[in-house]
Design a protein around this ligand. Sequence first.
Ligand code: FES
Length: 255
Amino acid sequence: MAEKRKERGIVICNNEISNGIFDMWVSTTEIACMAVPGQFVMLYCEDGSRLLPRPISICEINPDGCAIRLVYRIAGKGTEEFSRLSEGMPLTLLGPLGNGFPKKEGASFIIGGGIGIPPMLELAKQLSGEKQVILGFRDVQFLTEEFLPYGTVYIATEDGSAGTKGNVLDVIQENGLTAERIYACGPMPMLRAVKEYAAGHNIECYVSLEERMACGIGACLGCVCKSKEVDGHTNVKNKRICKEGPVFLAGEVEF
Ligand code: FES
């Protein structure tokens, strides 16, 4: 995989698409050419008092237009600062980081929950074969229509305001869906349930783990999770989510 780059990008647009969720396109030259679905970038605040960069998953990649799309939720002062950026403003990013999703043949479930939905869009675009996209929301939807060109889209909402009332597994059950493989990103309770479902049905399952990260490049060990096998880097049963992940075979890691 190509090496990461630190680049000075320029904001192309940055709009609120749902309550506290922003949609930003950034022009970058090399990162857009190297990135694959499921990777992320670290974004740097211009305010020197907040030194730690923030990890944001890549939602779409436009290598010809030299741009990437980042859909993120305001979750603190750093992301709040990003939300105030407007067209033409500079932004420093490091990436692409992490391993990304393996693109395999065959029928797949593409499952996203909440702010875990954005990285699934580029995957849905690039994956071949039959795709059933299952999106879980608490209430308000975002990005749903953008998945329509790439597969059959199903929705679950906790409050039942759209689609199936319940979670993403309720969608599978209600519609009698089947697949050979699962790709999933979302909150931990959802990923745990998906992992259990996949194990019970003998389906290969890749999960992207969202985790608080500090360095994003494998140096601080602030993002480790327990793994089945001994890791070559740390010599213990740990994996760094930012470096060996964020995408793992579900059975490979404990969460
Ligand atoms: Fe530092 Fe992963 S965030 S090792």
